[in-house]
Design a protein around this ligand. Structure first.
Ligand code: FAD
Length: 274
């Protein structure tokens, strides 16, 4: 449980972080809250030779009104999402779900940018950003680019981020008045989801699933069934259509499929018909 030896650099700005990434290339890893990266390093599943600490970049910690969307700095902690009045008004599903991540210690350290960049299919907030149809703003040596959340998650712990890029901002549409629900099924309150479902109904319906494949993903078959006029129960029956959920100590493949159906139905019923 002791990580391999590494060098440490503390970035004092996003530009300095990018310059460290340019200098050290694939050998470097960004360190935000450290709550996913450090456990991987202790298990020797990751062995970066340089850690570039971005955890103190306070200019990347904000929740701002961007007109038709809310702009959230990548270094914003889960606890700040949970307690933000702006988010509670405009994107309540994000504030609510942030309050379900791990325990208070995790929520005080972990960052929204960290959980999105890590791309863990078991994480709660990537699914919420997917269901909302969010956009990710990324900076690299060639400048800034925007990536739709639906195009961001590529494989297990693999995203569209290049090794020399920094996720700087997460944009989510304002959905005040929309129906929404986040269903997290776990054994103890602070545990990771065995399966989770995020639903946002705002004219159209966005549904995303936690722990039902190798990435956070949209429940395309459910969304299609709903747009064709299916009832909540009939649409929910499609929850695991075309998906390949994992089996682990907590759940078999069949149990995950069953949970997905039940949780999608509950999410649709709670979100209502808006
Ligand atoms: P880090 O660990 O610092 O980084 C993770 C990865 O993202 C690294 O590869 C890093 O290089 C990269 N990275 C970080 N920031 C950026 C950036 N801005 N741009 C580019 N790359 C970046 N999560 C849940 O969703 N639900 C849970 O119930 C849950 N329970 C937890 C329980 C425990 C005990 C622990 C330790 C963690 C738990 N987590 C849970 C994970 C937690 O939410 C982490 O905070 C989160 O996954 C990663 O955020 P971080 O800021 O700690 O990222």
């Amino acid at each position: 449980m002791i990580p391999a030896k590494f060098d440490y650099r503390r970035a004092s700005s996003a530009e300095e972080a990018l310059s460290f990434l340019g200098e050290f290339g694939d050998e470097a890893k960004l360190l935000a809250g450290g709550h996913s990266l450090l456990p991987l390093m202790k298990l020797r599943l990751a062995s970066p030779s340089v850690l570039v600490d971005i955890g103190r970049l306070s200019d990347l910690s904000y929740i701002n009104d961007g007109g038709d969307h809310i702009a959230i700095g990548a270094l914003t902690r889960h606890r700040d999402l949970e307690t933000s009045d702006l988010l509670k008004q405009q994107v309540p599903i994000l504030a609510h779900t942030a309050g379900l991540v791990g325990d208070p210690q995790v929520r005080h350290r972990g960052t929204l940018g960290g959980t999105i960049s890590h791309g863990d299919p078991a994480s709660d907030l990537p699914a919420v950003v997917l269901a909302l149809g969010g956009t990710l703003v990324v900076k690299g040596p060639k400048g800034e680019r925007e990536i739709a959340a639906t195009d961001f998650f590529k494989g297990f712990l693999e995203t569209a981020l290049q090794p020399d890029e920094l996720l700087t901002e997460i944009r989510v549409p304002k959905v005040a008045g929309a129906g929404w629900s986040y269903q997290k099924f776990n054994r103890r309150a602070q545990d990771w989801a065995i399966v989770g479902v995020a639903a946002v109904r705002n004219g159209t319906t966005g549904i995303a699933l936690v722990n039902m494949g190798s990435t956070p993903l949209r429940a395309a078959a459910v969304e299609q069934a709903l747009s064709g006029g299916a009832s909540a129960a009939d649409a929910a029956a499609q929850a695991s259509e075309g998906l390949d959920p994992p089996a682990d100590l907590n759940a078999s493949v069949e149990y995950r499929r069953h949970l997905a159906t039940v949780l999608v139905r509950r999410a649709l019923e709670e979100a209502g018909t808006t």
